[in-house]
Design a protein around this ligand. Structure first.
Ligand code: KG4
Length: 339
């Protein structure tokens, strides 16, 4: 009998629902929230209200596009955390109501685990391009920068992580001081394509092991702007592309240096990237470059599965369903967690 999972994601500012049957994607609907743009960041209160408005139409559309009836669903999987508490409460409460009314089990999902398992979403039944265990995954988003050793779908070891800011935050904060809006990562990426990555030099961290740090880079970027603006009030305007290209190449260099070290030390040549920052084209190029140079087998997600989406929640739910790993009705969301 086939296993059909409805996934629900509402951890931040995207309301998403997806249906996956036997590991194969049937639908993945994402409603973003433009309301935050004018505030330069996500406003938690507004995010929860928008989720409340979006969740029913988004779930209805996911079921419709999947071409199924809701009575065919085996279980409902939802993001329990980490994320914004008010946002998570909307998805969690909806999942509880849905599960109770249909009499199907509920599966709680760790958002970070789901990002990693996005690589296992099959778009067609004969899609075989999935990682084999163990593999390394660089998880880079607005809130996380981690190197994870993935031993099995439910066995992940964080071997390195940021001790301060995440890579996405470095992109966003530096973009903000250049007046590039929010989220800044994609804008920096676009402008970087037209700039010289060697035009400016910014500080890189010197820390042992596989951990990351991005706060020094942020400060170094800010001080460069401050000093140059004293001499030339149009400095940012005249150097935007070069600033973005230099910032992007520094972030990528920091990320890849530690990832390379981990792959070498652990002797693992299967390497994946996940999370919002994995949409960065410079980072994707660096992965291809490493594949050619070091013989890595790389896994880069489709753009639709880089940012928050429910397909990754549904695929994680599919694996947990097979292990009968269900949760109780009193499952409460959590805002912070490690894998
Ligand atoms: O995983 P995600 O959608 O949300 C969470 O943090 O949970 O990641 C969002 C982050 C933001 O910091 C955004 O600026 C960054 O991903 N991002 C990018 C790109 N696209 C999104 N950073 C650099 N280049 C991109 N193309």
């Amino acid at each position: 009998m086939s296993i059909t999972i409805l996934g629900i994601e509402s951890s931040c500012d995207d309301t998403s629902a997806s249906v996956i049957r036997d590991g194969v994607l049937l639908s993945n609907i994402i409603a973003g929230q433009a309301v935050h743009q004018s505030y330069g960041g996500v406003v938690p209160e507004l995010a929860s209200r928008a989720h409340q408005q979006n969740i029913i139409p988004v779930v209805a559309e996911a079921i419709k596009r999947a071409g199924i009836d809701k009575s065919e669903l085996s279980a409902v999987a939802f993001t329990r955390g980490p994320g914004l508490m008010g946002s998570l409460l909307v998805g969690t409460s909806f999942a509880k109501g849905f599960s109770a009314s249909l009499g199907i089990p509920m599966i709680e999902i760790n958002h970070l685990q789901a990002h990693v398992l996005a690589h296992f979403i099959k778009e067609t039944p004969d899609d075989t391009d999935q990682p084999t265990y163990p593999f390394l995954c660089l998880l880079v988003s607005g809130g996380n920068s981690q190197i994870i050793k993935v031993n099995a779908y439910n066995d992940m070891e964080v071997i390195g992580q940021t001790i301060d800011d995440a890579a996405g935050e470095a992109f966003d904060k530096c973009a903000k001081v250049m007046g590039l809006g929010y989220p800044g990562g994609p804008v920096v990426n676009r402008l970087a394509n037209e700039g010289n990555p060697k035009a400016f030099e910014f500080n890189k961290p010197h820390i042992q092991g596989y951990d990351y740090s991005f706060s020094g880079l942020k400060t170094s970027f800010l001080y460069t702007l401050r000093d140059r603006l004293k001499e030339d009030p149009d400095f940012i305007e005249n150097n935007k592309a070069d600033l973005c290209a230099s910032l992007q190449s520094t972030v990528i260099d920091i990320l890849m240096t530690k990832l390379r070290k981990a792959a070498k030390d652990l002797n693992i040549k299967e390497v994946a990237v996940a999370g919002g920052v994995s949409a960065n084209t410079g980072l994707r190029d660096a992965f291809h470059d490493h594949a050619a140079r070091y013989g890595w087998k790389i896994h880069i997600p489709k753009f639709a599965f880089t940012t928050d989406n429910a397909a990754m929640v549904a695929i994680t739910g599919y694996y947990k369903y097979m292990d009968k790993d269900f949760c109780a009705m009193d499952a409460a969301p959590f805002s912070r967690v490690v894998l």
